[in-house]
Design a protein around this ligand. Structure first.
Ligand SMILES: [Mg+2]
Length: 179
């Protein structure tokens, strides 16, 4: 199978000290019916660059170990599909190396051309014929599920474990993708 993984919230943990509503307000446009992610101003880019340094973003060890095991078994293709914008190119390449993620991947898709993240991911999922995809962003997954009915999507979260749609499942641990 072809397995797709998001980066932030899957292999890299979130900023722990920031309340969720602040983060969501920064990343996603509010008060709009359509899913839209904000492209940050220059000043905010500088702040975000700092906040994306590895000291603020711990590795999500359990999930990296899981990726490592998949790579060792070599029974699936592993693709990283991250919506991160181009101004984080250096920070992203540095952290992928530092947390030893790159070596377990067959290919990386990084949104350095600054498309809307959900559009970028939709294109990558279709192009790579992804069978299973895991992300921590529920509105983004809801967008993708309707456009890729044969793909199984997984929302990694710490609140619930249950099917949300025919092809969307809430899970607490990454291993639940293969149950
Ligand atoms: Mg994410």
């Amino acid at each position: 199978m072809n397995i797709g993984f998001d980066l932030d919230g899957i292999f890299i943990d979130k900023l722990r000290f920031m309340p969720k509503f602040i983060v969501e307000g920064l990343y996603r446009k509010q008060n709009t019916n359509e899913l839209t992610y904000r492209y940050p101003s220059k000043v905010e880019q500088t702040i975000r660059k700092i906040s994306h340094k590895s000291i603020f973003r711990p590795a999500f060890e359990e999930n990296i170990v899981f990726l490592n095991k998949l790579a060792k078994n070599n029974s699936h293709k592993r693709y990283l599909i991250s919506g991160r914008f181009g101004f984080l190119k250096k920070e992203t390449e540095d952290i992928l190396k530092k947390y030893e993620i790159t070596q377990y991947l067959d290919k990386q898709f990084l949104n350095f051309g600054n498309q809307q993240p959900h559009i970028f991911k939709d294109v990558a999922i279709k192009k790579m014929k992804i069978d299973l995809y895991v992300d921590d962003d529920l509105p983004l997954l809801e967008f993708l599920t309707d456009k890729n009915l044969k793909v199984k999507f997984f929302w990694l979260n710490n609140k619930q474990t249950k099917p949300l749609k025919n092809n969307l499942f809430a899970i607490n641990h990454i291993s639940e993708m293969f149950k």
